[in-house]
Structures are given as structure tokens and as C-alpha cells.
Design a binder for this molecule. Sequence first.
Ligand code: AKB
Length: 338
Amino acid sequence: MYAPDANCNWWSSMKRILITGAIGQIGTELTMALRQRYGADHVIATDIRMPADRSFLESGPFEFLDVLDPHHITRVMSIHQADTIYHLAAILSAVGENRPNQAWQVNVNGLYNVLEAARQYHCAVFVPSSIGVFGNSTPLDRTPQVTIQRPETMYGVTKLAGELLCQYYFRRFGVDTRGVRFPGIISYETEPGGGTTDYAVEIFIEAIKHKKYTCYLRPDTSLDMMYMPDAIRAMVDLMEADPDRLEHRNAYNVTAMSFTPSELAREITQYVPGFAIEYQIDPVRQAIADSWPNSMDDSAARTEWGWRPEFDMRAMTRGMLEVLAKRHGHTDFRLVSR
Ligand code: AKB
């Protein structure tokens, strides 16, 4: 967990952070991490759904908030006097292809409402972008920080529009906007919903439950990925970074590992003997994955705010399986130490 540190005490005594989309895959864990770091009362979790988990609800303030309603955003912000927003409410890539209109509404109009509120209330804003901002005309190996961005999905179009909108609010109005281009995020707490990289979470759950998994991507599809503890650290470190050093603030390439479904399956087999993967390709998600980088160059993030991932595929696989095995009551689960 991302613990409090002595240097942030003065800062946390002032900070009031609002998180949108707090019940989603990233939001659930970010909320708990920020509450631990800055104090429970300083972190206001919001979503359009009520949390199913009681302990989440009891861990600090929660507000129902629809980012499509601008007055609702400003009301909640003024009640809680927020000075920082982590804006996580978004529609992911596969759902976005099914519901392009909703993806535009939430990912662009929702972000616009949040940026407007941030301008009025002098808030800093973190917005996650994605590997989805790249497309087939982008160099897909060691994808540079600054390169061709012609995404072919509605998700990519909205995320790229989001990067530009954030940069516009920074330059035009001085809103302290910052963001990263996240790869697939792997976590055991809350499942992702509607993404192209979701297989890298599903595979662990199915390996523990049934020792087999049917993957919707080809075995040789290489994509960037990141374990949740690194993703949380990326967000917090970027928001605490010295603003004078941030040249590419909207948004930084960040990655931790890059692998294919067959490489991940081989790694899981080291811990779950007999695990079997088969493939039933979903043409929509395969086309999306094919248009995304095989691996990104994240040197700008490393240079400008000290980004360093801690988990590679091996450490992440072990962490995922240890927790999920325990959760599903596999006391005899064979964890082979290597
Ligand atoms: C998705 O697959 O849509 C997301 C992403 C990479 O932005 N996980």
C-alpha cells in the first residue's frame, strides 16, 4: 500500500481530494491509498453507483455524482472545498465501440464539465489517458512520447480529445492538469469493465477457479501492462511532482511490462500446474489491440518526475495468484518459488 510519508504531512493537512468514478477498477484502490496517505476525511469518493462494499462506504466520505451534470459537480466541490480532482469516470475501449455516443458523452463532455469546475474552483486535475490514443499509423515498438496519434476507436478519439482539452485548460486558464497514458491495469480488488486489456485480469481469476481460460486475443498480441500498486504510485507521484519539471504533462507514456497472452499463460503455469489456455478471437477487441503499441517508451516520465515501475510480469503474476488463491480458499494451492 502507498503509505503516508513524513514530507507530505503539511500538504495533507490542506489537501481536499475529490475522486470521480471511485467505484471502478482504479478508483476503488486509489481511494483507499489516498485516504491512507492524506487522511480519510480529505478524500471524497464519488460515483454514479453506490458502493456494494460496506467497508469502502465506511472508510470516508462518499457522494453520488454524475459528471454529466455540471451543477452537480460544482455543488459537491463547493460543499467539500475540493482543491484536487482525480477524474476517473470513463467508458473503456470495448464498450466504447458498442456505445460510441455514450463514450463521447462521458469521456469528453464529462471531462469538460470537470475541467470547467476545476477552473472555477482553482483545482488541480489528474486525468488518466491511455495507450488507446495511438493507432495503426503510430510506431508500435518503443512508441515515443511525442508521435503520430490517429486512434481508430471512439475510446481513443475521446482520450486524445481529453489530452488536448487538459492541455488547453493548462495553457489558457492555468489549471494544473496532469495525466498519464495508462496501459492495461492488472489488479485483484475490483475487476475492470469493458476494456481490451481485461483478459490480463480475467486469466488469473479463471486460472484459480477452473485452471483454464479462453482468451479473446491472439496468443502473440503484445501489449503494455501495469500492476495496480505501480499505477497508484504513478498517479500520486505525478500529482506531487514539481510543476516546473513537467514538460509533457498531458499526458505521459508510462509502462511497467509488455507481454503476450501466451507469455502470461506460460508464467501462470509455473504456479498453477495444468493451467490451459485456448483462444477464441473477438475480432473487435483484436483489431483494437492490434492498433495499440507493443511497448511504449516512458523515458519522459522517468526524467521529468522520476517514474520507476516496481513490478515486472513475474512479480505481478506471483502477487495476483497469492491473493486470489487465498480468496478462493485454495489452501493447498501450489505456489512454486523460483
Ligand atoms: C482498455 O483496455 O480499454 C483500457 C485501456 C488500456 O485504456 N484498459
